[in-house]
Design a protein around this ligand. Structure first.
Ligand SMILES: [Fe+2]
Length: 284
């Protein structure tokens, strides 16, 4: 394990789950054994109503991480001041342990693409994104985490690998990485690289949270590729990569994302308990 414990920039919350509507009842009835929940920021930005009421209730007992999809930090459109204000209000209300969004752009010229679009790995993109992250952090008064996204295309004008890009971006922006281990695996198959090269390159203290998820496999023109669908159990290769990751970087707040064909709360918890066993085996 790298020299990790004394350098942590983010708290280790243990194992958590993504907060999803079908599981509200199980959680409110006290059937939950996880240590924390991750809530999708945009779903809780209304002033009143059931979602924020339930989130506040859950927050009384357990830490919460806020995870957004609309920051569009890599876009060339200006940052949306209205969105940032609503996020800050939510942050003040929930007092989350972690705040994250994605290293991507989601729109251009005011149009929302409703997807997490990849960025070219260039110095120009590092400078552009880092300046915007610093602006967001200044506004929120907090460090944030950026999540690595799965990608299905690459840019001819990229100047470096994704991990070289992230390593420089995280330091320049003084932010953290939400390391989605499944996304690293998906991209490693789609772009033919060693996922361990990726994980080894990231400064340990910058990894503030880990996502695990299931993906789908497709074949086209004789070529196998993976899609990040969040509709299945975590596969064995991703569990193996998770184990390698925590043995390298130490215990990091870990959760499982499951967003389509959502199973029962108990089944989902069973999945994340595997992460707890791995954490205990190699990192605690
Ligand atoms: Fe993720």
């Amino acid at each position: 394990m790298r020299d990790s414990k004394q350098l942590r920039l983010f708290p280790d919350l243990g194992i958590g789950l993504g907060l999803r509507v079908p599981h509200y009842a199980a959680i409110r009835e006290g059937r939950s054994n996880v240590h924390w929940f991750e809530a999708l920021s945009e779903n809780y930005m209304e002033d009143g109503g059931r979602p924020i009421h339930i989130l506040s209730e859950i927050r009384r007992d357990k830490p919460v991480a806020l995870h957004g999809v609309s920051l569009s930090v890599a876009s060339v459109d200006p940052l949306n001041p209205e969105y940032l204000k609503r996020l800050k209000t939510l942050v003040e209300r929930v007092e989350p342990a972690l705040i994250s969004d994605h290293c991507c752009w989601t729109g251009f010229a005011g149009e929302n693409l409703h997807d997490l679009m990849p960025v070219p790995f260039t110095q120009e993109a590092i400078d552009h994104i880092a300046a915007r992250i610093l602006q967001v952090q200044e506004f929120l008064g907090r460090r944030i985490l950026l999540e690595n996204v799965s990608s299905y295309v690459s840019f001819k004008h990229s100047e470096m690998t994704e991990w070289e890009f992230l390593k420089e971006l995280l330091v320049k922006a003084d932010c953290g990485l939400l390391l989605d281990v499944n996304n690293v695996y998906v991209s490693s198959i789609n772009h033919n690289f060693d996922p361990l090269d990726y994980v080894r390159a990231i400064p340990t203290e910058r990894i503030g949270q880990i996502h695990l998820a299931g993906h789908s496999e497709r074949e086209e023109g004789g070529e196998r590729f993976l899609i990040d669908t969040h509709d299945a159990p975590v596969c064995d290769d991703v569990w193996a990569l998770y184990e390698e990751t925590v043995s390298l970087v130490g215990p990091v707040s870990t959760m499982v994302e499951w967003d389509a064909d959502i199973p029962s709360y108990e089944r989902l918890e069973e999945e994340v308990m595997k992460a707890e066993r791995i954490r205990k085996k190699v990192a605690l």
